[in-house]
Design a binder for this molecule. Sequence first.
Ligand SMILES: *Cc1c(COP(=O)(O)O)cnc(C)c1O
Length: 334
Amino acid sequence: MSVIDLRSDTVTQPTPAMLDAMTAADTGDDVYGEDPTVNRLEAELAKRLGFAAALFVPTGTMSNLLGLMAHCERGDEYIVGQQAHTYKYEGGGAAVLGSIQPQPLEVQADGSLDLDQVAAAIKPDDFHFARSRLLALENTMQGKVLPLDYLARARRFTQDHGLQLHLDGARLYNAAVKLGVDAREITQYFDSVSVCLSKGLGAPVGSVLCGSVELIGKARRLRKMVGGGMRQAGLLAAAGLYALDHHVERLADDHANAQRLADGLREAGFVVEPVQTNMVYVQMGDKAEALKAFAGERGIKLSAAARLRMVTHMDVKRAQIEQVIATFIEFSRQ
Ligand SMILES: *Cc1c(COP(=O)(O)O)cnc(C)c1O
């Protein structure tokens, strides 16, 4: 029985062609800056996203942490979504390791932060307060794509208020593919961007932080400090380069599969949120645990949240989506 794992798009296995690219990679010691494949990945992504420099790191959590720490000093503050990954799902790292105070704000229905609320949260220059330094956005945010005109407004807003602007772009390419634009159309508005290679792009490991030469220089020092300086990391960077060349356009398939899953479940009477990219949210209420067990016995791995998230990715094919819909229907009829 082949397993259908919808818990996250992090569960993908490297394809044979990706593994070939990895074993063929030239490597060196990246802490010495001598891994040619890592250097190529960093240069390539910096170029593609319109930045002067980039840094390869093991995880998106580290990439965001280094970005926040490179922008903010001890006692500075960053403004962030209450539901954002950097605030809620990264162990409080910015506060714990960076002494950066988060100022969380409720995320709006469209995934954005209300700029009037951000303005009200910015602290005056007064020794009572932390220094408001940075605004952090996330795109996609729980599968939602931030509109380009909102990003343009956020850019002007942060310039007017002397804030830096960071993007947690773990799923940047899902947003770009959904909008049908070059990823640069999104990243042009930001001072720094973190991109995950290990989500929908299908690489086994790795994220990249992009920014100015100065910012990435600081981040490189911080990466060593937190133990993220890897040696022959070209093996991993090769997977990332392969993913950037071969797995971006195909994200549209994941989006179509997510849409089909949502439509099928809605037709079957389930309460499903509108889908934009590769995430489907279904209201399961107190049935979530039972569904997880029922689906698990049929080879479908789900989380067990009342607001159940299912994520499509390259290891889930269209026929399997139909199988998942059928399983939900079977579950609802028992
Ligand atoms: C997955 C993810 C990250 C980083 O996660 P890692 O597991 O540390 O690579 C950051 N932000 C968002 C929005 C994510 O989904």
